[in-house]
Design a binder for this molecule. Structure first.
Ligand code: ADP
Ligand code: MG
Length: 744
């Protein structure tokens, strides 16, 4: 790499380059980057010098550890770093009766110690890609063909293309470490070219500003930023790269945690909360009545959750709490208790669920649990009236809707349960005191905020309701810190007693599958019920509906002859869905063939078998949710995962479900398998930049970043004494969020 030319203007003034300055400089300011290269970099999402410096290597090739060609034996599988000396495209041959032979590209390559042939079949484009002079890494097995040593269709990683200027520092013989950068097919870039651009940027930047107080650097043994940037892009040994990654990953996590902690603060500062009445000196509260009248004894974990929430509700600040609890842990009880605290003080409560089936079920269940309970009403003779629970979905009739809206405004409706329909403008409350959102992963942050905002009302004169969001898709603690870092967290750690783990079998062979259907017949014969989940099919809801109906007919004519089979899918009218669910609950149907509409929350204690067809099409979390539909009573239950797939990923997923019924453990497997992207999902859009941080392996780092963020914001809530941190944070969040976090 060329040393910095003293005549080059530095990228900015002052002691150390600020990220903000680097973010404002287009990559084309680099001498090596012409307009063509700038265009190609842009296709990688690299527009500014900061983008370039945070376009981190995907991995490294250790030039000191590569196998010299001369020492490889036939049959060895290895990586070879070599240069292309000759490219040959033999004319296609015509075999007798077999048509044209596949297109072939043959290369002669050498690494200084020796040479070999590299042959590609059906990859004609390799001739252009691997022109003479190209340096690349070839990974494959060395074979012998007509006395020549060769690799056929090896994996290729290009380090320098033939057209690149020769850079003596980058020859394979030098034994240094080569960064391999993420590239796209579209852009004609190589890792070596990116290395060169990065080197120029590093040389010209010289030193980077250090936003992290030295105290934290020492405490967590973090490198300084200048060293970290240099070692991650041009290490001298591979061992150097990990400490560099840790430092830069820490920065990412710190920015994210700062944003979350600041957001938590701002919400509190702006809040107009309600101090709820959580106890009476001489009377039983609604919550106490409710708990006493339950047909079961709440678990210790449920009690703990309710106590924590009551303490939140009694305080002046509105609660923002996430309740995590595995499938079947009994979150509904906690939700109802929360809403009742609001009702106790004359306020209203709202519960929002992601599907109609679930909203209807909650409505039916909550109405049953609260039957006979009364609230004070001076306008009546007795001085009280029955507590009123109402349901609102998109299918609620116009008439019912009008009277419901009126009841919400005059306070005659105490609890409102429903779907997204709750968010419509016409829904206005007299005084919304508490909001619960069930299965929150189905809702966006905006929807959560929209329901909360109903507390202030159209004129903004109202107050902020307390908020509880619930999820049965557990995520590991550190991941939760990243995704839900602006919420307080409570976990229900135990299941109600007497639950027997659902026996789970992966049915791979026709014999296994027959055993699954035999189990369905047997369980139905002894008075139980079964779910069958149909394969996900490509296409519209309508296509999916057709497939459910056909599968039900097929089963009725074959494996499940004589059983009473119902179907449930998203295309059905509400009334029909309700009828089917009611029939299934009451035992007028034995088997429910359904789409994943039954995934969330459906609660039928007599259902003891779940058969999931083409189970490899579903993710771990979804399978766990589906399985959670059985095993809700005290009877033994079974889950059959039907799949003939032999893909390694399907194997990991389905075996994990066979092995474990613990949602947290499964969440860990899922995270390992799919990485953080899926967890972060929409919630992180436009937010911070986790390029290096890994939620699976960087758990300590997440905790450390959280600790630092809390301390820093605690002592300096506007980040006034940490101008660099505040400036860097703004680079990575959008303007709206910055305005919210940093308003004076
Ligand atoms: P989830 O946490 O998945 O939403 P639910 O609230 O639907 O779970 O509860 C699952 C089932 O367990 C319901 O039938 C509920 O009535 C029952 N249940 C809840 N708490 C208890 C308890 N403490 N003891 C026994 N059964 C309970
Ligand atoms: Mg639930």
């Amino acid at each position: 790499m060329s040393a910095a030319d003293p005549a080059d203007p530095p990228l900015a003034d002052g002691p150390g380059r600020k990220l903000r300055q680097l973010a404002d400089l287009p990559v084309s300011i680099l001498k090596g980057v012409g307009s063509g290269a700038a265009h190609e970099l842009s296709q990688l999402g690299v527009d500014s010098v900061l983008d370039l410096l945070t376009h981190y290597p995907r991995r490294y090739i250790d030039g000191t550890r590569l196998a010299p060609l001369a020492e490889l034996a036939i049959g060895d599988t290895a990586s070879v770093l070599a240069e292309v000396r000759r490219v040959n495209r033999p004319p296609a041959r015509y075999g007798r009766g077999r048509g044209r032979s596949p297109a072939r590209v043959e290369l002669d390559v050498t690494d200084g110690s020796g040479g070999m042939k590299v042959v590609f079949f059906n990859q004609a484009w390799r001739a252009k890609q691997l022109a003479v002079g190209t340096q690349a890494l070839f990974y494959g097995t060395l074979a012998s063909y007509r006395d020549a040593r060769q690799m056929v269709n090896p994996t290729v990683e290009i380090l320098r293309s033939g057209g690149d200027a020769i850079d003596p520092g980058a020859t394979p013989e030098s034994g240094r470490v080569f960064p391999v950068y993420p590239l796209t097919e579209k852009a004609d870039l190589t890792s070596a070219r990116i290395s060169r651009y990065v080197a120029e940027a590093l040389d010209r930047a010289k030193e980077f500003s250090e936003p992290l107080p030295v105290h934290w650097r020492q405490k967590f043994h973090l490198l300084d930023r200048t060293t970290a940037f240099n070692r991650i892009h041009r290490p001298t040994t591979v061992d150097e790269t990990e400490p560099a990654r840790l430092r830069l990953a820490f920065d990412e996590l710190l920015r994210l945690q700062l944003a979350l902690v600041l957001r938590q603060r701002r919400l509190q500062e702006d809040a107009r909360g309600i101090r709820h009445v959580v106890s009476h000196p001489d009377a039983e509260t609604l919550v106490d009545q409710f708990l006493r009248r339950l047909p079961f004894v709440p678990t210790a974990a449920q009690h703990r959750a309710i106590d924590t929430i009551r303490a939140d509700l009694a305080g002046p600040l509105p609660m923002h709490r996430l309740l995590q609890g595995d499938v079947g842990a009994g979150k509904t009880v906690v939700a109802v208790a929360t809403l009742l605290v609001a009702v106790e003080g004359g306020h209203q409560g709202a519960l929002m669920a992601p599907t109609e089936v679930l909203a209807e079920q909650h409505h039916a269940g909550v109405t049953r649990l609260l039957e006979g309970m009364v609230v004070p009403d001076p306008s009546t003779l007795s001085g009280d009236r029955p507590l009123r629970v109402a349901l609102l979905t998109n299918r609620t009739s116009a008439n019912d809707r009008a009277s419901l809206h009126a009841g919400l405004v005059d306070g005659k409706v105490d609890l409102l349960i429903g779907t997204h329909a709750l968010l419509t403008d016409e829904v206005r409350f007299r005084s919304l005191g508490a909001v619960v959102i069930d299965e929150q992963h189905r809702f966006g942050v905006e929807q959560r905020a929209a329901l909360r905002a109903k507390g202030r009302g159209d004129d903004g004169g109202g107050r902020d309701p307390d908020l509880l969001v619930m999820t049965a898709t557990p995520i590991p603690r550190t991941a939760a810190m990243v995704v839900f870092g602006d919420l307080d967290m409570t976990v229900i750690t135990e299941l109600p007693p007497g639950r027997i783990a659902v026996a789970t079998h992966w049915a791979r062979t026709p014999l296994d599958v027959e055993a699954a259907w035999a189990r369905v017949r047997q369980e139905v014969a002894s008075g139980h019920r079964a779910f069958v989940v149909c394969p996900l099919v490509e296409g519209s809801e309508r296509v999916q509906a057709t497939s459910v109906t056909e599968e039900a007919q097929r089963l009725a004519a074959a494996e499940l002859t004589g059983l009473r089979i119902g179907v449930l899918h998203g295309q059905m009218r509400t009334a029909d869905k309700e009828t089917v669910m009611a029939d299934f609950r009451a035992g007028r149907l034995d088997v429910l063939v359904a789409t994943t509409v039954i995934e969330v929350g459906v609660d039928v204690a007599e259902a003891t078998v779940m058969v999931i067809e083409d189970a490899d099409r579903f993710g771990i979390a979804q399978l766990h949710q589906l399985r959670g539909r059985v095993g809700r009573g005290s009877d033994r239950s079974w889950c059959y995962l039907l799949s003939e797939s032999d893909s390694p990923e399907a194997d990991i997923r389905l075996s994990a479900l066979e092995r474990s019924t613990d949602g947290f453990e499964l969440a860990d497997v899922d995270l390992e398998l799919r990485g953080e992207g899926t967890i972060l999902g929409a919630r992180q859009k436009g937010r911070s930049d986790l390029k290096l941080a890994r939620l699976t392996s960087d758990r300590d780092l997440v905790t450390q970043a959280r600790e630092a963020a809390e301390h820093i914001v605690g002592a300096d809530p506007a980040l006034a004494d940490h101008p660099l941190l505040s400036e860097e944070l703004r680079i990575f969040i959008d303007d709206d969020e910055a305005a919210f976090l940093f308003k004076s």
